[in-house]
Write a protein that binds this ligand. Structure first.
Ligand code: NAD
Length: 360
């Protein structure tokens, strides 16, 4: 893979490769853009098919983080790290201490956090060699579980979609299908149930599904049947890539918006949704509550994360509703898809910030 050629395509600032012999650590840290602030993004531990796949993932995910923070109005840049290998065999304190040393060598340009196959324990090991790491445990100066803010942000964002697509101001009587009732999905169900929505839920974890169904009087369906559910809104809160050629033709909902990252299997699926008259809420816009939460925790970390910071994060997260209003307006006015409008807005904000920095 041509590394610099790939970086040039989306203007990545730097890509760092590190190897630590005794722990077997092989890692790539990609810093997409630090115009808005230090690049923040989690560390993914994955047994990639090849180094090219790992690099591609790091580049793609770090760019996504820049856009997410820019659209959310959070002064953070975009970065991401990947550790290459089987986490079940390679995980060790030595490996994460070495990783922390590499992160530290970047002098704060990159701040790491949790992602697929990394745990809070791993982050604590990193913290032994770098302070440029953040995690959700409040007792360690983290921001608390980000799922609360993520769920609240999705709830606020869906209000915008409801107005734009169904001309409604309330969820009362609106039929909503939630895929995945884990940390975010369950909390979101709570908001929607309180507002009178009629819930249909699916989860591969049967015991969890039963508990959540009982709590909110929700109907349950098998995991594969949630796409076909007779609902007005489909809410993906499980995994990415769920909007594809296989699933989209079954979807009856007129709105899609949820916490899962990278919901569109390919960019062209955004156009397919539009052609079917379905309004798609770009995932990184509607699920930005988590990063907003992290930002306030980082900013105010000197005196710990407390109720005051939670309130600020909540207020900022509520702005996701207005941000989506703007995205849907730009999308209809300019004839672009909502996720394209979101990217345009992110790029414009970055451009403005670059200009004002070069003038000062
Ligand atoms: P979670 O692991 O707590 O919940 C996911 C739930 O989905 C689990 O209950 C799991 O059993 C279920 N699930 C898995 N495969 C399924 C399938 N095929 N059909 C139905 N259910 C299935 O995760 P979470 O923290 O609630 O996050 C949900 C999604 O939102 C993830 O994609 C995550 O990356 C994304 N996200 C989360 C946050 C956050 O703050 N937690 C922030 C941004 C994005």
């Amino acid at each position: 893979m041509d590394v610099i050629q790939n970086m040039m395509e989306y203007s990545h600032q730097s890509t760092h490769f590190f190897y630590h012999k005794s722990s077997g650590l092989k890692t790539i840290i990609s810093i997409h853009d630090t115009t808005m602030g230090p690049a923040l993004g989690g560390c993914r531990f994955f047994n990639y098919k090849s180094e090219s796949h790992a690099l591609e993932d790091a580049l793609r995910l770090s760019r996504g983080m820049t856009y997410k923070s820019a659209v959310a109005g959070v002064p953070l840049g975009g970065g991401k790290s990947v550790i290459i290998g089987d986490h079940t065999h390679l995980r060790s304190r030595e490996l994460f201490r070495a990783f922390g040393t590499f992160v530290n060598s970047l002098g704060g340009r990159y701040i790491t956090s949790v992602d697929v196959n990394t745990t809070v324990q791993d982050l604590k090991w990193m913290h032994e060699t770098t302070r440029y790491v953040t995690w959700p445990n409040e007792s360690y100066g983290g921001s608390g579980d980000p799922s609360y803010m993520t769920a609240y942000g999705v709830y606020c964002g869906l209000k915008s979609a409801l107005r734009h697509q169904l001309a409604k101001d309330s969820f009362a009587g609106v039929r909503i299908g939630v895929q995945g009732v884990g940390s975010v999905g369950e909390l979101l169900c709570e908001h929607l149930h309180r507002d009178g929505a009629i819930l249909t839920i699916a989860d591969t974890h049967k015991a969890r599904l039963a508990v959540v169904a009982k709590k909110f009087g929700a109907k349950t369906v098998a995991p594969n049947d949630i796409y076909k559910a007779d609902v007005d809104i489909f809410v993906p809160c499980a995994m990415g890539g769920v909007l594809s050629d296989d699933t989209i033709p079954h979807i009856k909902a007129k709105i899609i918006g949820g916490a899962a990252n990278n919901q569109l299997l390919e960019d062209r699926h955004g156009a397919l949704l539009r052609d079917l008259g379905i309004l798609y809420c770009p995932d990184y816009v509607i699920n930005a509550g988590g990063i907003i939460n992290v930002y306030y925790a980082l900013r105010d970390s000197t005196d710990g994360f407390n109720a005051k910071h939670v309130e600020k994060a909540r207020k900022h997260t509520a702005e996701i509703e207005g941000t989506l209003d703007h995205i849907f307006t730009v999308s209809s006015r300019d004839g672009v898809l909502p996720h394209e409008a979101a990217s345009l807005i992110a790029r414009e904000k970055l451009e403005q910030a670059r200009k004002s920095q070069s003038q000062s």
